[in-house]
Each structure stands twice: as structure tokens, then as C-alpha cells.
Design a binder for this molecule. Structure first.
Ligand code: TRP
Ligand code: SF4
Length: 366
């Protein structure tokens, strides 16, 4: 593999991530860890995964061919997933391919308690959009267990059982402004994270965005404070957000032009890339002279996170941008083409996956 010249820590967007590491007590994901992971995927190789917790445990399990699990969940707060959610799924897929047992949950109780979304609506969204999208993004349907929080009594019982292990002040530190619904959601999420260990202790990795790290920490605190189970402290990986096309750190539904949902109309998704914030200079002349600034460029970040698989190709774009060989117009045309192609292929797989949804492995404990 050719050495990549992109410095993941060198960008303005990224300073904020280093701050996150310090603020939330994450461990940085670095080259040493990367080297220990077999067949690292695009997100690991490019340090889009920037932080972790206790990942060594998972690395050991992979190396020694020991049992481990992966668990993650998404709230059905929107009807469809968006481009950023794709990375969570890709991380589950990666660990699944290294031998882990994968659990993906629909956080329907959390959506009910924090967003007022009915369980019926949550189920409808999950069955018609979220779960088929997970399959279309490459999760192995035969090897993945799905569940709804509302249909998993083991998870809810854990939530009750561990409710005395956290203080109100700790809840406040997690959620700031507090109501009982948020408390219940945190406890339910702790139940989720421990669920793969309900029958026996095993390492569990939770791939999530950095906003979820507080939950991982709360869960680890609970594990340390209880005496009844031999739980292994859960591990996590944290990946950067996919930025909004207008330059905000996180993609947000409030601005439809800056948000790419999956599925989406391919032509429309492609066109959105043409309008994304770039790292270009004021004039073409200046850009030819000084080069562009890929570190500040949303188009480049989306190439890196999602659209360009080949490291050499990405490196090429970076170099040509830096030395002024390509201008943003031409570069965005490439982004348009790649996004359109991604969406065309995704949509095809999505339609197929929709037909298979009811044959999947759903867990329910009543
Ligand atoms: N809180 C997560 C979200 O907002 C969803 C979630 C619920 C979750 N339980 C989980 C994520 C367990 C990871 C692990 O989308
Ligand atoms: Fe971004 Fe491409 Fe413009 Fe460079 S040339 S700033 S990578 S859009």
C-alpha cells in the first residue's frame, strides 16, 4: 500500500476532534493500532475513525480467534438514513468480517422518549428504510441480529437493574437539560450495550459517532460498579461526522440542500455535490498559483469518507488540488459523477433488500 500523504490531524475541521478526545476521555486511534488491525477498511486507513475505547481487547479477540460481538443502534428519528449513518454500518461490517457477531438495534424507545415518535412509526421507518439500507450497505443478513428496544425485555430489565448505579448528577453531565425520558433512554442504551453479554461475558465493540461516547462511559462506569455479572468493559470506535454540505460539522436535516439521505434521487444527490462548500481560492488564477485547500473542503472530505475507495486515487486528488492542477469546478464534476453512481448502485441494492426484510433475524424477548 502506498503511503498516503493526507495528514488526518492537519485540518481545521479536525482540531475539534482532538478537543473531543481530551474532553471526553477517548483514546486516540493511531498508526500503532491501525497496524494491528487486519484488512483495515477505508475509514480506519484514513483515520476517519479518530478515537476509541479499549480497542486492544477487540484486536486480541480477532488475533486469537476468540468470540466477540459488535453492537450499534440508530434512532428512527428521521424517516430515512443519511450519508453519515453509512459509516456506522461500514464499521459493523468491518468487524463482522473479522469474525464478530453483529447486533444492530432500532432505538425506538429512545425515539419515543426523546422525540415523541410512536413505536408504530419507528417500526415503519425501520422496516421500510433503515434496515433495508443496512443490508444494501453490505451487512451480511445471515450473520446480523436485529432487534427493537421495545421488543427486548432483557435490555429493559438491565435498564431497571442498573438504574441505581448512576447518580442524577452523572445523568446531568451526560444530557445537560434533563427529563425522565432522557434518563430512561440512557439506561436503555446501557442495557443495549450489555445485551451481547447477557448469556456470557465477551468483548463487545460499539462503533458510533463521538456524540455517543458519553453513553459508552456511563456504561463502563455501571459495569465497574456492579458486582453481579462478570461483564467485560465494552470497547468503542469513534468516527468523525460526515459534514453538512454547507460546511457545518455534522449533516443536519434542517437544511435539505446540505443533506444527503440514502436512498435519494441520484441526479439530485449528484447536483448537491456541485453546490458543496469547497476549499478553493477567490480566483482561478490565484488557485493555479497557490493551490486549493482540501483540508477545508467538504467535497474532499466526502471523497475521503465515502466516494473514493482507492487510496492512490484519493492521494492524486489531494496532490492535484494542493498544487493547483485542478480547479474546483472540474473536481466537483467528479464528485457529481461519483455521488450519482454511488446512489444508483445503492438504490438498486436497497430495492432488493426491501423484499428480504421480513426474512431477517429479528430477536424478540417479551
Ligand atoms: N443513542 C443512539 C442514537 O442517538 C442510538 C442507540 C441506542 C445506540 N442504543 C445504542 C447506539 C447502543 C449504540 C449502541 O442514535
Ligand atoms: Fe476541494 Fe477539489 Fe476544490 Fe480542491 S479542487 S478545494 S479538493 S473541490
Amino acid at each position: 500500500m502506498e503511503k498516503i500523504v493526507i495528514d488526518p490531524w492537519g485540518a481545521t475541521l479536525i482540531e475539534d476532534y482532538q478537543k473531543l478526545i481530551e474532553k471526553y476521555g477517548m483514546e486516540p486511534f493511531d498508526n500503532k493500532l491501525l497496524k494491528k488491525l487486519p484488512n483495515p477498511n477505508r475509514l480506519l486507513r484514513r483515520f476517519v475513525v479518530f478515537g476509541h475505547q479499549d480497542l486492544e481487547k477487540i484486536i486480541d479477540a480477532i488475533k486469537n480467534k476468540e468470540e466477540f460481538a459488535i453492537l450499534t443502534g440508530i434512532m428512527p428519528s428521521a424517516e430515512k438514513l443519511h450519508l453519515g449513518n453509512k459509516m456506522v454500518v461500514e464499521m459493523v461490517k468491518y468487524f463482522q468480517e473479522q469474525g464478530g457477531e453483529a447486533y444492530v438495534l432500532v432505538a425506538d424507545l429512545e425515539a419515543l422518549a426523546t422525540r415523541g415518535i410512536s413505536l408504530e412509526e419507528g417500526e415503519k421507518r425501520a422496516m421500510s428504510f433503515h434496515i433495508p439500507a443496512y443490508i444494501a450497505l453490505g451487512l451480511d443478513p445471515k450473520k446480523t441480529f436485529f432487534y427493537f428496544q421495545s421488543k427486548n425485555k432483557v435490555v429493559r430489565d438491565f435498564a431497571y437493574e442498573f438504574s441505581t448505579k448512576l447518580t442524577l448528577n452523572e445523568f446531568r453531565a451526560i444530557y445537560g437539560e434533563l427529563d425522565a425520558g432522557k434518563i430512561m433512554s440512557v439506561l436503555t442504551q446501557i442495557g443495549d450495550i450489555l445485551y451481547p453479554q447477557a448469556k456470557k461475558p465477551k468483548p463487545v465493540v460499539v462503533p458510533v459517532g463521538p456524540d455517543q461516547s458519553v453513553h459508552i462511559r456511563a456504561c463502563r462506569d455501571v459495569v465497574k460498579r456492579q458486582k453481579k455479572y462478570n461483564f467485560i468493559l465494552p470497547s468503542a470506535t469513534y468516527h468523525k461526522f460526515t459534514p453538512s454540505l454547507d460546511g457545518n460539522i455534522k449533516m443536519s436535516k434542517s437544511k435539505p440542500g446540505s443533506y444527503i439521505s440514502i436512498p435519494e434521487d441520484p441526479e439530485l444527490a449528484g447536483k448537491k455535490m456541485l453546490k458543496a462548500v469547497d476549499g478553493g481560492r477567490k480566483t482561478a488564477e490565484e488557485q493555479r498559483k497557490l493551490g486549493g485547500e482540501p483540508e477545508k473542503c467538504i467535497v474532499f472530505e466526502i471523497f475521503k469518507q465515502h466516494l473514493i475507495e482507492d487510496d492512490k486515487e484519493l492521494d492524486e486528488v489531494y496532490k492535484k488540488c494542493k498544487n493547483g492542477e485542478i480547479l474546483c469546478g472540474e473536481c466537483k464534476l467528479k464528485a457529481y459523477e461519483l455521488m450519482k453512481k454511488f446512489m444508483e448502485e445503492f438504490n438498486k441494492k436497497f430495492e432488493k433488500a426491501k423484499e428480504e426484510v421480513d426474512k431477517l433475524n429479528f430477536i424478540s424477548h417479551f
